[in-house]
Each structure stands twice: as structure tokens, then as C-alpha cells.
Design a protein around this ligand. Structure first.
Ligand code: HAM
Length: 434
């Protein structure tokens, strides 16, 4: 295929042979979210660019280097690099914050970041995320963290470490920013261009610069945890004791600052070493100032997002179980014109009661049809030829056991095809229905 017709670098197809892995993860994350009282929300794929500048932050890598932005007519839009900003916009625009708080939502969506692709890092990737607005309590932090933990456990993932930190509030940041400025100013000559402007405008962003030299310098920078105000320190202590009481293991990692500007207080990441350098499978935290920043009333909020590709990669590498692919219940092999019409009628009827049914549509010989039925894993096969059509009876074959059953082709009567098939199917699967 010509290069210019291929899928863009850093994007992936999910072909039908892999889809059950996605379904497994999607099922587990949404069932868990609902068990914790979160409801699904869906938002647009693109938003006004200003939304991300205001929320994610103008000096972040995401906004400065990674956004896919398009101008259309007089407006500038950006493909969402993450879900939180759009969800908060939606809360405000739809008046959802005027309803009973806390409001708790979850989403599964695609995100777009122009990063250098590598294992676990794509330009289009998918996130499962949750957001909870209205509660400042550390119990809300614990609720959100325990939801992530519950998902990780139910997917069967092992060796996942929870890293926890507090990055304080604007009050703690004032002193911390001064300390950072002082520290980085001594190595100013070595910093990258972007970090030089960050030093003036938002020194915390120097801590997650991906350039080799800046990240080396950042290793010995002062830590925010040493600058927390009393309220933030107290919040962090409470959260840690709640997690201990819940038996959720964590490690305080004072180096975690997260790459998005909206975070305050609690930040956390679940990390694995089993998928290479991009091992953060989940990241989140509090963002108590974001809703106000976007024009709403001050509303303490928090959430997290998990990268679905990274979850699936980790599950594959750790040999976790995925749900089985659904197999075809009945394959009909028609031989001759009349049989094709009969096959179409039977298939239509059986599908309407929920069975997966297929029949030949390529005019193949019986041998080729049986081969295909085997390949798609059909549980039962029925051959319809002139004799069967004439007599009104056929043989239904269980492909696994080879056992054959007489079955009437009559679709209109009781004890006809539908009843007989259902009886055989369920009594073989679960024992007799009587
Ligand atoms: P984030 O850490 O930027 O946070 O992304 C969350 C997760 O998305 C990461 O932990 C990772 O698993 C996955 N991810 C990020 N970038 C890529 C990529 N290029 N390729 C593959 N996977 C990727 C957020 O996006 C926040 N909105 C999370 C949040 C929600 N915080 C509060 N609420």
C-alpha cells in the first residue's frame, strides 16, 4: 500500500482479532466506575483551543509542543489531549454543578498528543477517566484512588506500584516557586529554550521537562513536599492514614508533579516496570482551582485517567485473562437456490432471538463451507440440500462432539426449528431444561 495511504505514524488499528482485549478492559472499568457511583459522560473530540491553554496550562509540554490544533473559518480548535478540561467545560455549560454534589462521571475516549511514538506512547491513544467535583475531603481522594486500585486488581494486574505525593495549593507554591527559581538560576546556561521561559512564568514545569539535560538538573531540585502549608500537610496525612486503613499500599514519591498545570494537593500515579519506559498506567489527582479558573464557583475536584493501550500491554505481558470471543452459534450450509432462501429465513429468525448465525454467501461447495464453519468456530452446523428442503427435516451437527440431531425446518410452528434448536443448544450447554 502506498505510504501516503497508510495510517498516520503513532496511531493504531484495533483489528477484530484483538477487540476482545479492549472489550475486557472497557467492561471492567465501566462496571467498577458504576459500582462506585460514577455515571458515563460523553464530550466532543475537539474543543476551543483556549480551553486547554487555560486548564492544562500554557507552559506545559502538552500545550506548548503536543497539541493538534486546526483553524477552521474564524475559530481555532484542538483535538483533546486529555479528558478533564472538556468534562469540566461540560459541567459548567450544562449547569451540572448546580445539581446534587458531588457529581461523579466517567468516560472512555480517544486523546491526541503529538509526541515521539514508542512502545506505550502513541499520538492517538485512549483513556478511561473519572472526575468527581464537589468534595474537598481526603475520603474523596481515597475513593478515587481505591477505584483505580479495584480496576487494576480486577484486570488481574500484578506488580503495580502506587506513587503518591502532594503538590500543595497556591499558598504553598509561592515559597516553593522562589526556591525553584533560586535553584535553577544557578544552572541557567544549561537549560533548554522552553525551560528558560518556564523559569520566569511557571518554574514547576521545569521538573517534568523531557530534555535530557533539564531532567538531569531537575533531579536535585527542591521538593514541594517540604513546602506544604499546614492545611495541605494535614490533608496529605489524613489521606495516607485512610489508605493504610483500607490496606492500599503506596509509596510517597516526592518527585511526582504531573505534567498538567491544574493539579493541587494530592497527585498519584500507578506504575509498572513490565512495559518499558512508558510504565505509568494511571495518573491523577486533585484540581481544586480548575473550575474557578474556567469561570465557575470554586469547587474542589479530583480524578484520574488510565491509558487503555498501556493497560492492555501490561495485561498481555503479564499473561492476564481476557474475555473469550463470542462464537457463531449456528452455521447454515445451503446447497442450491431454494436452500439459500431457506437459510436466509432461518438465519433472520434465529438472529432475532439473539443467536449469532451465519450462512454461506459466496456460493461455495460443501467442503469449503464446512472449512469456513470450522474456522469461525461455529458451534452447530446444518446442511440444507434438496432432500432436506423436500422432507422438511435436516441434521443439526454439534461441531465439537460430532453428535447429530434431527431438526424440523418449519419456522412457523411450535417445536419447529427455533424451539428445537434452543432446546438442544441450552440443554447441551447447561444440562436439560426440564
Ligand atoms: P495524564 O497523566 O496526562 O493525565 O494521562 C493519563 C494516562 O494516559 C497516563 O497515565 C497514560 O497511561 C496515558 N497516556 C498519556 N499519554 C499517552 C500517550 N501518548 N500514549 C499512550 N498513553 C498515554 C491526564 O490526562 C489527566 N487528564 C488525568 C486526570 C483526570 N487527572 C484528573 N482527572
Amino acid at each position: 500500500m502506498a505510504q501516503n495511504l497508510q495510517r498516520p505514524y503513532g496511531t493504531e488499528d484495533v483489528t477484530p482479532d484483538r477487540i476482545r482485549k479492549w472489550h475486557t478492559v472497557e467492561q471492567v472499568v465501566s462496571q467498577n466506575a458504576e459500582a462506585f457511583g460514577f455515571r458515563e459522560i460523553r464530550i466532543p473530540t475537539f474543543e476551543n483551543t483556549d480551553l486547554f491553554m487555560r486548564s492544562v496550562g500554557e507552559t506545559t509540554d502538552v500545550v506548548q509542543k503536543e497539541m493538534y490544533t486546526v483553524s477552521a473559518k474564524q475559530s481555532t480548535f484542538t483535538l483533546r489531549p486529555e479528558g478533564t478540561a472538556g468534562v469540566m467545560r461540560s459541567f459548567l455549560q450544562n449547569g451540572l454543578l448546580n445539581e446534587a454534589l458531588p457529581i461523579k462521571v466517567y468516560y472512555i475516549l480517544s486523546c491526541f498528543r503529538h509526541e515521539r511514538p514508542q512502545a506505550g506512547r502513541l499520538r492517538e491513544f485512549h483513556q478511561f477517566g473519572i472526575e468527581m467535583a464537589g468534595s474537598a475531603s481526603p475520603y474523596a481522594d481515597a475513593e478515587v484512588i481505591s477505584l483505580a486500585k479495584s480496576i487494576i486488581d480486577q484486570l488481574g494486574l500484578k506488580n503495580i506500584e502506587l506513587n503518591l505525593n502532594s503538590i500543595g495549593c497556591p499558598k504553598c507554591r509561592a515559597n516553593y516557586h522562589l526556591a525553584l527559581k533560586e535553584y535553577f538560576s544557578t544552572r541557567k546556561d544549561e537549560l533548554c529554550e522552553t525551560c528558560l521561559t518556564r523559569l520566569e512564568r511557571n518554574p514547576m514545569r521545569l521538573l517534568d521537562c523531557k530534555s535530557e539535560i533539564c531532567s538531569e538538573i531537575a533531579k536535585d531540585a527542591p521538593l514541594i513536599i517540604d513546602y506544604l502549608c499546614d492545611e495541605c500537610a494535614e490533608h496529605f496525612e489524613q489521606l495516607k492514614s485512610i489508605l493504610c486503613a483500607m490496606d492500599i499500599d503506596f509509596k510517597v514519591n516526592p518527585k511526582i508533579v504531573r505534567g498538567l498545570d491544574y493539579y493541587t494537593r494530592t497527585v498519584f500515579e500507578f506504575v509498572t516496570t513490565d512495559i518499558g519506559a512508558q510504565g505509568t498506567i494511571c495518573g491523577g489527582g486533585r484540581y481544586d482551582g480548575l473550575i474557578e479558573e474556567l469561570g465557575g464557583k470554586a469547587t474542589p475536584s479530583l480524578g484520574f485517567a488510565m491509558g487503555l493501550e498501556r493497560l492492555i500491554m501490561t495485561m498481555e505481558n503479564q499473561g492476564c485473562d481476557f474475555i473469550e470471543e463470542k462464537k457463531c452459534d449456528l452455521y447454515i450450509c445451503p446447497m442450491g437456490e431454494k436452500a439459500y432462501t431457506e437459510a436466509a429465513k432461518i438465519a433472520y429468525k434465529m438472529r432475532s432471538i439473539g443467536h449469532e448465525v451465519a450462512f454461506d454467501t459466496m456460493n461455495r461447495g460443501l467442503k469449503a463451507q464446512m472449512k469456513y464453519a470450522n474456522k469461525i468456530g461455529a458451534k452447530y452446523v446444518v446442511v440444507l440440500g434438496d432432500n432436506e428442503i423436500e422432507s422438511g427435516f435436516a441434521k443439526l451437527k454439534n461441531m465439537a462432539s460430532g453428535e447429530q440431531f434431527d431438526i424440523s425446518l418449519d419456522l412457523s410452528s411450535e417445536n419447529g426449528f427455533v424451539d428445537s434448536f434452543v432446546n438442544i443448544y441450552y440443554s447441551e450447554a447447561f444440562g436439560s431444561l426440564e
